[in-house]
Ligand binder design. Structure first.
Ligand code: ZN
Length: 164
């Protein structure tokens, strides 16, 4: 028994260190940097621009309570902008009711969001954020409707809706 255990440990150690090496580059920052210099604001500058709730979502990658956002039921035509910097992120005709309690879209405006992998819930999830100010928006999943099959699950507090 002891011999079996030690042999198994002997095999496992190199495997584990190999896996560590692979996964190391995937460790990411707890926030995303702005692509535009003028949006690299300090914490206190962001705090003066945003409500405490939006700050928590956009700058600390928080998640709002499901079904808490009025934008979840928003059905008018218009554009959903980043609540941090105003960049247009989603069009109303790409919005759908996912039943999750968060505003959901099956496509974003091209170039408006960027993704990274996070491990906040242990299992890897694809986080996405505004490509201009780096503000966290939500997570994107591969169980959305056609034609993209994507589901952008967005925090309403990170968006500002402007009706047409
Ligand atoms: Zn932004």
């Amino acid at each position: 028994m002891n011999q079996f255990l030690s042999r198994r440990t002997f095999i496992l150690i190199p495997i584990m260190s190999f896996l560590k090496t692979i996964f190391k580059p995937m460790q990411v920052l707890a926030f995303s940097l702005a692509s535009k210099e003028e949006w690299n604001l300090s914490k206190s500058e962001w705090k003066t621009r945003l409500s405490p709730e939006s700050y928590y979502i956009l700058r600390e990658e928080g998640t709002e309570r499901a079904f808490s956002s009025p934008l979840n039921n928003e059905k008018r035509k218009g554009v959903f902008h980043c609540a941090g910097c105003g960049l247009p992120l989603f069009l109303s005709d790409k919005k759908f009711d996912s039943g999750t309690g968060w505003p959901s879209f099956w496509d974003s405006i091209q170039g408006s969001v960027e993704t990274k992998v996070d491990f906040k819930l242990i299992v890897p999830r694809t986080e996405y954020h505004c490509s201009r100010c780096g503000g966290h928006q939500g997570h994107v999943f591969n169980d959305g409707p056609l034609p993209t099959g994507k589901r952008y699950c967005n925090n309403g507090l990170a968006l500002k809706f402007v009706p047409d």
